[in-house]
Design a protein around this ligand. Structure first.
Ligand code: F6P
Length: 362
């Protein structure tokens, strides 16, 4: 029997467990492969003794309906930039990819399936270059990977955001308030754009279209007559004012800036600009990443898991599964991590939103 290792890296996302289950079931059906999972991405392999869990049909039974990942995950301990403490107590980083590839080999694994976002697939690519037989599966709620039309987790995040938005509409209407709801998405406005259309927002502010406070205020004023009216705004965490910067913090040990708080920044900007309506904010945060995956994400994730195992069986290593033009295909890991998929200001859904009367503050 051949040995297959599965792992999940980076931020979690609804649908990860459905991929794991699909890989384990396909492998079992093949009658040629046994499956294991590394705990907390590559950290499980580095640990002494390694934290590797045997995955059987019964250990993955029913997990497709559960959020999170049974293998746990981390966005720390990137093997390309591994934090190492020096003798004097200070920290530095070093590339441990070659060591990791050697360890995977020495443990007797014939293939690895790495389920993760762009950061994780960069690691896959580096491991592949070191001779590791690896296949990538894309995941992110942000839907910002250019190699695939859709990532699982995105639809669940949009559903959660839309349900929250619907609730905020009734309270905004009752109080004649402006309510700003901040959603995730990093530097891409996909979650915000889909939620604004689904929920029927008055304004949608995304990173790709910097907003002007005077324009936002103008749209708000149009909705108020004699103190009556209400406005619901969806703002993406990476949105910024024209000529301004994103709102967030960079903490020691973090690879990326932690975005968050732009809804409150906009509230202050509106108040300073003389907005007469009461403004309230809601930052949805990680609620968008948790919980039960919607049916579409379960299907997408299951199909991607089956496709990933097919690639393993065909020795198609150095590839990542992708969903393009309604088909499950594969792209090289090199291509998979090349470009970031932001919302192009000419994207058809921007046109849809504008036709529905949604303003972008530009
Ligand atoms: O990439 C997914 C994502 O949820 C982003 O939308 C968000 O900016 C980031 O991860 C949050 O990361 P963390 O869980 O590390 O705070």
């Amino acid at each position: 029997m051949k040995k297959l290792l599965i792992l999940t890296g980076g931020g979690d996302c609804p649908g990860l467990n459905a991929v794991i289950r699909a890989v384990v079931r396909s492998a079992r059906r093949s009658g040629q492969w046994k499956t294991w999972g590394s705990i907390e991405a590559f950290n499980g392999i580095f640990r002494d003794p390694p934290e590797i869990k045997r995955l059987t049909r019964s250990s993955v039974s029913g997990i497709h309906v559960r959020g999170g990942t049974i293998l746990q995950t981390t966005n720390r301990g990137n093997p390309l930039d591994y934090p190492v403490q020096q003798k004097d107590g200070s920290w530095t980083t070093r590339d441990r990819t070659a060591e990791l590839a050697a360890k995977i080999r020495s443990m007797g694994f014939d293939a690895v399936i790495n389920i993760g976002g762009d950061g994780s697939q960069r690691i896959s690519q580096a491991l592949f270059k070191e001779g590791c037989p690896i296949v990538g599966v894309p995941k992110t709620i942000d839907n910002d990977l250019s190699a695939t039309d859709l990532t699982f987790g995105f639809s669940t995040a949009v559903q959660t955001a839309t349900e929250s938005f619907d609730r905020l509409v009734t309270t905004a209407a009752s109080h004649h308030r402006v309510i700003i709801m901040e959603v995730m998405g990093r530097d891409a406005g996909w979650i915000a754009l889909h939620t604004a259309i689904a929920g029927g927002a008055e304004l949608c502010l995304i990173p790709e279209i910097p907003y002007r406070v005077d324009k936002v205020l103008k749209r708000i004023s149009k909705r108020y007559r004699k103190g009556k009216g209400f406005v619901n705004i969806v703002i993406s965490e990476g949105a910024k004012q024209e000529g301004g910067n994103v709102v967030g913090v960079k903490e020691a040990g973090d690879e990326n800036i932690k975005l968050g708080g732009v809804a409150n920044a906009l509230r202050r900007q509106l108040e300073n600009a003389g907005c007469e309506a009461q403004v309230r904010t809601t930052i949805l945060g990680h609620v968008q990443r948790g919980g039960i995956p919607v049916a579409q994400d379960r299907v997408l994730a299951s199909a991607m898991g089956v496709k990933a195992f097919e690639l393993v069986q065909q020795d198609q290593f150095g590839q990542m599964v992708a969903f393009r033009n309604n088909e499950f295909v594969s792209v090289s890991l090199e291509e998979a991590v090349r470009d970031y998929k932001a919302v192009h200001p000419d994207h058809y859904l921007i046109n849809v939103a504008r036709n529905l009367g949604i303003a972008f503050g530009d």
